[in-house]
Ligand binder design. Structure first.
Ligand code: B1M
Length: 210
């Protein structure tokens, strides 16, 4: 669809205002929110990722594209998050210490909100003790850690072992994800659950809370 292509291109060139304009138009045309997300914003970010990897573009370009993507996601957020009835439980979520990537984490948060889970979003660069303090304060049953960098994966292990040291390992379930994370990594650090994408993460969270 042409409009979805336009959203994708505006996002890739970091034109947040134009992205908002096109996304609003797409919503008015009743294009489903998931289609806007998957077929415009995610595909656009896929192109950016590829070009970044090939050194065709650099951090500043990626950063403005990411801002434009977040601006688009914000608009469809009420649609993605709709349908949650009553609280099914509480989860804290954050990107681990040393890592500033937040788009995937934001999507996981939104999809979980859409399932009626109360989400405490700690943002990015979150240390193990902050995950712990927030989980205790809000009586969270789930701790959700995201990371996109291979160099910060080890921080996920620190989060699990911090809870362990505090004698709180069994009070919560740990969900982990992000591009470099795998099931075997999840098993190795003693986390409870790895999921590859935001929609699966939300479904699995409900199962863990049941
Ligand atoms: Co960065 N970056 N970046 N970057 N960046 C990557 C991740 C990289 C793969 C690009 C590359 O080289 N090919 C690479 C990492 C290499 C590696 O570690 N192996 C990289 C690098 C190297 C860096 C810097 C070090 C670059 C530098 O400064 N030289 C730097 C690090 C800064 C830091 O964090 N300390 C950096 C910076 C940035 C920007 C700030 C410019 C920007 C982030 C802006 C922002 O997030 N607000 C950025 C971006 C945008 C990317 C790419 C292009 C796109 C990431 C993204 O948002 N994808 C990325 C390349 C790529 O991924 N192809 C790249 C879309 C998002 C929806 O996907 O986050 O994977 P993702 O989330 C998915 C799943 O992973 C899953 O659900 C989502 C989809 O449904 N998921 C979970 C995520 N979390 C989950 C948690 C769960 C379950 C599922 O349970 C709890």
């Amino acid at each position: 669809q042409e409009l979805l292509q336009q959203i994708s291109e505006a996002m890739q060139s970091g034109r947040a205002k134009l992205v908002k304009q096109y996304v609003t138009q797409a919503m008015e045309e009743q294009i489903p929110a998931l289609e806007i997300l998957n077929d415009a914003l995610m595909t656009g970010m896929g192109v950016i990722g590829e070009r970044f990897k090939n050194n065709e573009i650099f951090v500043p370009e990626v950063l403005v594209a990411a801002r434009a993507m977040n601006a688009g996601i914000d608009l469809i957020r009420p649609l993605l998050a709709a349908g949650g009835m009553g609280s099914k439980g509480t989860a804290v979520i954050g990107t681990v210490k040393g890592d500033l990537h937040d788009i995937g984490k934001n999507l996981v948060r939104m999809m979980m909100e859409g399932k009626g889970i109360e989400m405490i979003d700690l943002g990015t660069d979150v240390s193990a003790d902050r995950f712990y303090e927030a989980a205790m304060e809000h009586h969270a049953q789930l701790v959700c850690c995201s990371t996109l960098l291979t160099t910060t994966m080890a921080e996920m292990a620190n989060v699990v072992s911090y809870f362990d040291q505090k004698g709180a390992r069994d009070k919560v379930k740990f969900m982990v994800g992000g591009a470099p994370v795998t099931q075997s990594f999840c098993d190795a650090i003693g986390a409870d659950c790895y999921t590859p994408d935001a929609a699966t993460a939300a479904e699995t969270a409900l199962e863990l809370l049941a």
